[in-house]
Design a protein around this ligand. Structure first.
Ligand SMILES: NC(=O)C1=CN([C@@H]2O[C@H](COP(=O)(O)OP(=O)(O)OC[C@H]3O[C@@H](n4cnc5c(N)ncnc54)[C@H](O)[C@@H]3O)[C@@H](O)[C@H]2O)C=CC1
Ligand SMILES: O=C(O)[C@@H]1CCC=N1
Length: 270
C-alpha cells in the first residue's frame, strides 16, 4: 500500500468517529501506510492527544464533504452519534460497528453510500482480516475506497449478503480474543506442569504465533499440519485424544463459542 492509493482520501479528507481500540488500530496502520495525518479529522472525546502532535485534526469541525467517514464507536453509542453527523452522497460511510445494519444507517442518511466492514484488532500491525458489504447505493467506487482502507490493514473478503456479517463477527471479528485466550490457557497449563511463569508464557505465545505463521505459509490444510506434528502413539496423539474428543473437545466448544458471538451480533442488529 502506498500514499498514491490514498490520494483521493488525502485530498478530500477522512473523518474517524471513535478512535478507541478498533478505530485507533486502523488509524495507526493507515498513517503508517500513506494516509496523510493532516487529511484526518478524529472525533472522539477520549482520543489520545498525541494524535494532534502527528498533525491529525482532533475534535475539530470536520470537512463538509470528506471522501470517507469511518464510524468506529460502540453500537450502543450510535443513537447519540448518528444525529450529530451529516453524510450526503459524496461521502462513503464506512462502519466497523458490530450489529448496526445498512438499513439502520440508511434511515439516518438516505442518500449515503454505505459500506459495513468487520475487521479485527490485528489490523494494528497490518495483519487483520475484514469482510465488506455495501448497500444498494454503494457503487464500485465506494466499495473500492472501502477496500483500499481495509486492505491497508490486512486481508479483505467481500460478502454476498449482509446476514453473513454476523458469522464473520463471531469468527474473525471476535476471533483474536479466542486465540489470546488459547495463549492464556496454554501458559496456565505450562505453569501447572512445573514451568516458570515467564517461560510458560514465552512457550505459549511463540507456539501460537509460530503455528499461525506456518498455517499462513502455503495452502497445506490445517489437518495435514496437525498430522505432521502427530507421531503414532506419541505425545501429540495423547494430547489430541483429549482435545479432539467429539463430546468434550475443542470442536463442540468452538462451535458454541462462535454461535454465541454470532447470535449476539444478530441481537445487536435488532
Ligand atoms: N475491538 C475489536 O476487536 C473490534 C471492534 N469492532 C467494532 O468497533 C467499534 C468500536 O469498538 P472498540 O474500538 O473496541 O471500542 P472502544 O471503546 O475501544 O472505542 C470506542 C471509542 O468511541 C469513543 N466514543 C464514545 N462516544 C463517542 C462519541 N459520541 N463520539 C465520538 N467518539 C465516541 C470512545 O471514547 C472510544 O474511544 C464497535 O462498534 C465494535 O463493534 C469491530 C471489530 C473488532
Ligand atoms: O466484542 C465486540 O462486540 C466487538 C465486535 C467484534 C470484536 N469486538
Amino acid at each position: 500500500m502506498t500514499g498514491k492509493d490514498f490520494s483521493t482520501i488525502n485530498s478530500r479528507g477522512l473523518v474517524l468517529v471513535g478512535c478507541g481500540r478498533m478505530g485507533g488500530a486502523m488509524l495507526k496502520s493507515w498513517l503508517a501506510r500513506g494516509l496523510d495525518a493532516t487529511a484526518v479529522t478524529v472525533i472522539d472525546p477520549h482520543a489520545p492527544a498525541a494524535l494532534a502532535d502527528q498533525g491529525v485534526r482532533l475534535n475539530q469541525t470536520p470537512p463538509a464533504r470528506p471522501a470517507v467517514l469511518v464510524l468506529a464507536v460502540k453500537p450502543q453509542m450510535m443513537g447519540d452519534v448518528l444525529p450529530t453527523l451529516e453524510i450526503g452522497p459524496d461521502t462513503v460511510l464506512l462502519s466497523v460497528a458490530a450489529g448496526v445494519t445498512l438499513a439502520g444507517y440508511a434511515r439516518a442518511f438516505p442518500d449515503a453510500r454505505i459500506v459495513r466492514a468487520m475487521p479485527n484488532t490485528p489490523a494494528a500491525i497490518g495483519r487483520g482480516i475484514s469482510a465488506l458489504i455495501g448497500n444498494d447505493r454503494a457503487d464500485a467506487e465506494a466499495l473500492a475506497l472501502a477496500e483500499t482502507l481495509m486492505s491497508a490493514v490486512g486481508e479483505v473478503v467481500r460478502l454476498q449478503d449482509e446476514g453473513q456479517i454476523d458469522a464473520v463477527t463471531g469468527v474473525s471479528g471476535s476471533g483474536p480474543a479466542y486465540v489470546f485466550h488459547l495463549i492464556e490457557a496454554l501458559a496456565e497449563a505450562a505453569r501447572a506442569e512445573g514451568l516458570a511463569d515467564d517461560v510458560a508464557l514465552q512457550l505459549a505465545r511463540a507456539t501460537v504465533a509460530g503455528a499461525g505463521a506456518l498455517a499462513m505459509e502455503d495452502d497445506t490444510p490445517p489437518a495435514a499440519l496437525r498430522e505432521a506434528v502427530t507421531s503414532p502413539n506419541g505425545t501429540t496423539a495423547a494430547g489430541l485424544a483429549v482435545l479432539m474428543d467429539p463430546q468434550t473437545g475443542l470442536r463442540p466448544l468452538i462451535a458454541r463459542t462462535v454461535r454465541a458471538a454470532t447470535e449476539r451480533s444478530r441481537e445487536l442488529g435488532k
